[in-house]
Design a binder for this molecule. Structure first.
Ligand code: O7M
Length: 217
């Protein structure tokens, strides 16, 4: 994924027309559009190819299964036109490696969730987040997902993965995180949903975030 703006739109709307309209408006400000269960379950897998004319598509299915099933799922998602798939890391190295192997064969990307951005991530995930980051680096994934709500954790995860992997970071805006703070801490992209798609003017909201990050990118 090429970094021009540092912004990824999380398009968690459930209406096809709204999804297309918002994508059209913000296309000039985003490097990718992340779509997941809310939009795909309500509209269908063809939404992926429909939106791919606006920006590369990151399919956020947080895949978390045995290696063979991970591969089968990723195969379908890539076939539908996605450029990247997000997988969970807690399933372990073999599940991740199956997804990464397929992605490399197809010239696509896998991003691995380390520690999530919500408060409940402290219950279980934070304890294993650094181990997952190391595993993602060993498996040569394209990058990891780390929380903009905790920039200090993003900085820790950056130390572990070095500069070969990217960090994409959700939690800006509605969840309280700051785009410029997490970019300064070591993230490459912020993933932003509600602060853009619920804004009165989504393009203006996206532009503001891009301007805020500009000097740190
Ligand atoms: O900006 P928001 O809060 O409206 O949306 C954030 C998006 O990022 C939304 O699609 C979440 O499902 C996703 N997300 C998190 O908020 N926290 C995480 O730790 C991980 C993700 C994510 O994208 O995982 C891949």
């Amino acid at each position: 994924m090429e970094r021009k703006t540092g912004l990824i739109l999380a398009l968690d709307v459930t209406d096809r027309l709204e999804a297309v309209e918002i994508s059209e408006k913000v296309a000039g400000y985003v490097d990718a559009i992340k779509i997941g269960y809310p939009l795909v379950l309500s509209t269908g897998m063809d939404m992926i190819s429909q939106l791919s004319k606006f920006a590369p598509i990151i399919a956020d299915f947080k895949v978390a299964d045995i290696p063979n099933t991970n591969r089968l799922i990723c195969e379908q998602v890539f076939k539908a036109g996605a450029d990247a798939v997000i997988v969970q890391g807690f399933t372990g190295h073999d599940s991740l490696e199956a997804a990464v192997k397929l992605a490399k064969e197809e010239n696509k990307d896998i991003y691995v969730v380390t520690e999530m951005s919500h408060p409940g991530a402290l219950d279980f995930m934070q304890q294993v987040g650094e181990g997952i980051a190391k595993m993602a680096a060993d498996a040569k994934a394209s990058g990891v997902v780390a929380p903009a709500t905790r920039p200090e954790r993003v900085a820790e995860i950056r130390k572990i993965i070095g500069n070969d992997l990217s960090i994409i970071s959700p939690g800006v805006g509605a969840q309280g995180g700051s785009a410029s703070d997490v970019i300064k801490a070591g993230a490459d992209w912020v993933i932003v949903g509600r602060a853009i798609y619920q804004a009165e003017d989504p393009a203006m909201a996206a532009k503001k975030l891009v301007d805020e990050m500009k000097e740190f990118i």
